[in-house]
Design a protein around this ligand. Sequence first.
Ligand SMILES: *[C@@H]1O[C@H](CO)[C@@H](O)[C@H](O)[C@H]1NC(C)=O
Ligand SMILES: *[C@@H]1O[C@H](CO)[C@@H](O)[C@H](O)[C@H]1NC(C)=O
Ligand SMILES: *[C@@H]1O[C@H](CO)[C@@H](O)[C@H](O)[C@H]1NC(C)=O
Ligand SMILES: *[C@@H]1O[C@H](CO)[C@@H](O)[C@H](O)[C@H]1NC(C)=O
Length: 223
Amino acid sequence: MTYILLTKIHIVFDCVFVFTVFTGSSAVTPVFVQKGKDVTLDVMKDGFHEDDIVFWRFNTSSVIVRFLPGKEPVVTEVYTGRVEFPQKKYSVTLKNLQESDSGVYTAQLIGNEEQIVAEHKVTVQVSPVKLTVDSVSSSSDSCNLTVTCSTQDSDITSRVTCDTTTCHQEGGESSKVTTSGASLRLYLVNSTINCNHSNQVSWTKDTKETGQTCPLMTGKNKR
Ligand SMILES: *[C@@H]1O[C@H](CO)[C@@H](O)[C@H](O)[C@H]1NC(C)=O
Ligand SMILES: *[C@@H]1O[C@H](CO)[C@@H](O)[C@H](O)[C@H]1NC(C)=O
Ligand SMILES: *[C@@H]1O[C@H](CO)[C@@H](O)[C@H](O)[C@H]1NC(C)=O
Ligand SMILES: *[C@@H]1O[C@H](CO)[C@@H](O)[C@H](O)[C@H]1NC(C)=O
């Protein structure tokens, strides 16, 4: 299952964020951002010293910004104009995210000893979640749909059967944890099929009315 390295444990206890999850051997915060939107990344530690140095890195190699004691933060050339600094100390806001910005963002503290004080796995999503109807078979008194809810890294399929008054989902609500640690839920509320993609920080959803694909659900029989 999940192995937690001893060296990482103190980082976890330093965290004020309850939504830290374990993936593999480290504490990484999964963050989903819609393409073109901004994301604010915080460090997960309090009690910095005056002369601490903090570097934000992307995918462990390229440096985004350097915070040096008593100076304005220094933004690396390729990130010029794309980084803003919110009030919170050492936080950064990255603007207008593109797919190529997907990856791991780490904050490295260089003080008395080196320490990773934040690790965020950012996934930039083009279309956060999409619900599609794969097949429909309908007769005068029933209508059956196969629907798929998908995100970039996962999907879930379910069958919905309707008679002239109600619909139900075979096997009930269906859910799945995606490879990036989010959860995908496909469920029915009355005659509306819902797909909700969520993690601890955000959620998005797509819906479909069964009445739009099942003609028999229209008119006086619609509920
Ligand atoms: C950053 O790392 C992720 C995996 O963690 C990878 O999918 C992505 O392609 C990398 N991006 C760049 C620009 O190197
Ligand atoms: C829909 O599924 C139900 C139960 O599986 C079945 O009885 C019915 O004939 C199906 N209707 C159509 C139009 O395929
Ligand atoms: C679902 O149907 C019930 C009973 O008809 C109604 O009270 C409820 O408001 C409906 N829920 C939604 C989300 O439309
Ligand atoms: C989607 O799921 C999240 C997490 O369970 C929840 O907070 C949110 O209210 C849900 N959204 C809808 C529209 O049901």
